[in-house]
Design a protein around this ligand. Sequence first.
Ligand code: NAD
Ligand code: UGA
Length: 466
Amino acid sequence: MNIKNICCIGAGYVGGPTMAIIAQKNPHINVTVVDINHDRINLWNSEDLTKLPIFEPGLDKVVSETRGKNLFFSTDVEKNIVNSQMIFISVNTPTKTFGDGKGMAADLRYVELCARKIAEVAKTDKIVVEKSTLPVKTAAAIKNILDETGSGVKFEILSNPEFLAEGTAMRDLEVPDRVLIGGGQDKSGKIAIESLVNIYKSWVPKENILTTNLWSSELSKLVANAFLAQRISSINSVSELCESTGADVDEVAKAIGMDSRIGSKFLKSSVGFGGSCFQKDILNLVYISKSLGLNKVADYWNQVIILNNHQRERFAKNILTSLYNTVAGKKICFLGWSFKKNTNDTRESAAIYVADLLLEEKAYISVFDPKVSSNQIYSDLNYLQTRNENINRDLLKVNDCPYIASDNSHAIAILTEWDEFKDYDWKKIYDNMKKPAFVFDGRNILEKQKLEKIGFIYKGIGKTYE
Ligand code: NAD
Ligand code: UGA
């Protein structure tokens, strides 16, 4: 099929950047990203590119090159479905918070709504592409809804999971390790696969475009995230061993990572992984395994989550015990709130859980993050429902200056690995803190020796704690 118009449903962290790159590399194709969230679409259309709804290095440049030419953002979902030959579904697929599978299974209601809307309004044949991360076999359900509720037009379903990581999304999209496209293996399935291959071929070498059957593609996405998260939990488990033995986790990571069979990436020990996907996708994998009666497989992957929760709790506990078993009334400064550097995304950030545990101990927390708004921070905390909002606002303050945030504090906790933290005037920070002044480096980004020379008590993850 010759694709002239693409519609992407969902203008989020995936839909926005992915479609911006597809539009940039395919000037002959009109790409419209639609969303039911009017505020989000208005921000995507804002003249001032610093106001785009997501912060992603390099995104503003691609949007400025393409928006209004062949990239559009709109709330008119129906019209754009009707006008397109290919429709990407890139809506959120969070963990279910109710009913059967609560806390584990993927909540597929947004995906189903998209399928029903497409079926309702489509007047010509469409290729429907799953861009969202979905449980294996979802394509069968989507196909069923489309065929049963549509008006007789033909639908082909493809799975094209996205592997970008936030903070490096534009580079990941520009030079992906691979693009994965799963589809039906009959004639019309293969034609649909080829249509999508042609779009990616505009900039991705053919040998990096992998085509598979639908189920391999859907499952590979969950498995890729599970493997990545597993490496972090593995090294974080080692960090606890290091703290009890005098080994240094960064030295161990380097030593094992130089073995080319293990590899050096994704071995950075931390306060725990966050982000909207690792936990949700592993829980989903665990749920699928359990549903299939594969309990040992489910237990195996669930351990990755158990260890991650443990790492966050361990970090909070270490602050508590180091500060002489009481943080009540003490001020602790958090540097960083986003789940990783170079993003304003806070979903499942370790900072939220560490703050929650310390607030329960009646600590005062002051937060500085270069990109996260105070509204977002309070909304993250309120979402946990551990305390009422007034108490959260009373105990936790957000500051837009790191030096004021750390003023008079007993300890600093590094929750996100923002590069700028390394360049701060640490002597100035030390001088204005209560003594002894502690740094709990949840990302191991600061130089222990330099800080100890200033006078700090420095505690990194997986570095010896006396
Ligand atoms: P997001 O929450 O940022 O964006 C989803 C958007 O979909 C929202 O703006 C929402 O308003 C919109 N939406 C929901 N239902 C809709 C409907 N019926 N019609 C129109 N719009 C609708 O989510 P995201 O981070 O972009 O993730 C989307 C999917 O991609 C998820 O399945 C996720 O697992 C997957 N994924 C995310 C990342 C990432 O880095 N964030 C990377 C790879 C894959
Ligand atoms: C991750 C995957 O890397 C992407 O391939 C995938 O597309 C995406 O999930 C998704 O499906 O949403 P993302 O969550 O954006 O991307 O960011 P990562 O770089 O993977 O980091 C995730 C978390 O792990 C962060 O909190 C990060 O700080 C932490 N991390 C990462 C570590 O603690 N140590 C590491 O060595 C690497």
